[in-house]
Design a protein around this ligand. Structure first.
Ligand SMILES: [Zn+2]
Length: 112
């Protein structure tokens, strides 16, 4: 990492952006290594360092990947599962009840 080009703050070459600047453009580093770093000198402290990525190597941000959707579905399934009877209630368990309606109100259960 000692061979990275270092630029002065505000003197970054065209085509480079910090992580936050990429995000503002709807981009992400996309697995690329840090291409350069910016240093902003500060009095009596270590310089402030920002890492730069190449914009032409950046990839668009994908808001939801299939893995993220799967994780979300799993989280929703967990919220629908009654902790008392372990069944999928088919709706999110109301926090006020803590269990599905069948467990919360066993007397009102219809014999079906
Ligand atoms: Zn239940």
């Amino acid at each position: 990492m000692g061979t990275l080009p270092v630029y002065r703050w505000r003197l970054a070459p065209d085509g480079y952006a910090t992580y936050r600047q990429l995000r503002a453009l709807g981009l992400r580093p996309g697995g690329q290594d840090v291409a350069a770093q910016l240093e902003r000198p500060r009095r009596r402290r270590d310089p402030l360092v920002a890492y730069l990525y190449r914009i032409d190597h950046a990839k668009p941000v994908r808001p939801m990947t299939p893995a993220k959707w799967a994780a979300l579905a799993k989280a929703n399934a967990a919220r629908r599962t009654c902790p008392a009877c372990r069944r999928d209630a088919g709706y999110v368990i109301p926090p006020t009840l803590g269990t599905c309606a069948t467990c919360a109100f066993p007397d009102e259960q219809c014999a079906a």
